[in-house]
Design a protein around this ligand. Structure first.
Ligand code: NAI
Ligand code: COI
Ligand code: MG
Length: 352
């Protein structure tokens, strides 16, 4: 998919905050180096904590409307230092990141986890880990539904309501079954907490079962979220495709990253499968204020996110080339040696 007939892709780039500013240029370096047959025309958007502190604006409607006109979005990370008194809690996470995901209907948050050859896992015997988490991206407890009463008093009550619509659950479950069907193992696991979150759990379970009946070739199972974390730590190779809600998917995928070489390698796509708006590609990690500005962040996750972007735009060969370049770089990494963020980007781009 390109925006015109000249093979030009309109790419919105939002480096964001912290290490987002450092890893995004490396991802762009790789996107420019790979032979995809198309030209990426980039528009950079200065959005994030610094922009907010300067302008008191997070995502003006005109900017959102402009971003919507692009073919795809590449995002670094957003979020300031924890508990910064100048940043209202969640203002960037909810006002920018989730706003983009919700407004652009990124209902499939795709997070693949593979233990690439030569990559170290903290698990002694991880096995052949290759699974993908299909995280619902527009509902759950992240919709901002809730509130607080009697704030600051001993009688304070705070709620965050998890929203789960039949429409929202069914479409992501259908996407997960379709993905499972295309994979060799054809196995799908629903992860939830149906024993306690009975209302949300019920709609997830019923729709999962209903869609399963249409996919007799996909084997299925169910795990409660807590038990799923045991299995992911003890025997992660058992998973193929996991479908789950927005919050569980957020948490699972940080663990998934940790067991497959670290958060610096975990890529993601916020996908609008209906293509009614641009999809957005970003590393799983955040802005990492603890290491920002030091050129020590690993840009591999951001670089692998461009592989997901290329694949989404229909450039499967270029996507595979980026992944192959990353794999080659990973297998050359030696424990105890460190490279700057830009050196890793240079090395991967050079392989293309
Ligand atoms: N998609 C996004 O934009 C996300 C934004 N955030 C925001 O980012 C800020 C920091 O959040 P945290 O919870 O600390 O999560 P984080 O993912 O930014 O950092 C967690 C830990 O992983 C390390 N880390 C992260 N990326 C790395 C990389 N590429 N290479 C090496 N080490 C890396 C960090 O140094 C830190 O120790 C917060 O404001 C949070 O809301 C968090 C997650 C996702
Ligand atoms: C900062 C959150 C809104 C997002 C997050 O942690 C994630 O998508 O992984
Ligand atoms: Mg997260």
């Amino acid at each position: 998919m390109t925006s015109d007939n000249t093979g030009t892709v309109q790419l919105a780039v939002i480096p964001g905050d912290g290490i987002g500013q450092e890893v995004t240029p490396e991802a762009l370096k790789v996107l420019e180096a790979v032979d995809s047959g198309v030209k990426f025309e980039q528009t950079h958007y200065d959005l994030g904590a610094e922009n907010y502190l300067r302008t008191k604006e997070v995502l003006p409607p005109t900017v959102l409307a402009e971003i919507r006109q692009h073919d795809a979005i590449l995002l670094g990370a957003v979020g300031g230092k924890p508990n910064d008194p100048d940043l209202p809690p969640g203002i960037l996470e909810r006002g920018l990141l989730l706003k983009l995901r919700f407004e652009l209907d990124h209902y499939v948050n795709l997070r693949p986890s593979r233990l690439f050859p030569g990559t170290a896992s903290p698990l002694a015997d991880p096995g052949d880990v290759d699974f993908v988490v299909v995280r619902e991206g527009t509902e759950g407890p992240y919709t901002g539904n809730g509130g607080a009463l009697r704030v600051g008093t001993p009688h304070e009550v705070a709620t965050e309501v998890s929203v789960n619509t039949a429409f929202g659950v069914e479409r992501v479950v259908r996407d997960a079954f379709a993905r499972a069907e295309r994979r060799p193992r054809k196995h799908l696991t629903l992860v939830h907490k149906t024993n306690v979150l009975v209302n949300a759990g019920s709609v997830w379970w019923r729709l999962f079962e209903a869609v399963a009946a249409e996919h007799p070739d996909v084997t299925t199972d169910y795990m409660h979220i807590d038990a799923a974390m045991i299995h992911m730590t003890v025997n992660p190779s058992r998973f193929d495709v996991i479908v789950t809600d927005n919050l569980f998917g957020d948490i699972i995928t940080d663990l998934a990253a940790a067991i497959t070489g670290g958060i610096g390698l975990a890529a993601s796509g916020n996908v609008n499968p209906d293509r009614t708006a641009p999809s957005m590609f970003e590393p799983v990690h955040g802005s990492a204020p603890d290491i920002a500005g030091q050129q020590v962040a690993d840009p591999t996750a951001a670089i692998l996110s461009t592989s997901l972007l290329l694949d989404h735009l229909g450039h499967a060969d270029a996507a595979a080339a980026v992944e192959a370049a990353v794999l080659a770089d990973l297998s050359d990494r030696r424990p105890g040696t460190t490279r700057r963020t830009s050196e890793i980007g240079d090395a991967i781009a050079a392989r293309l």
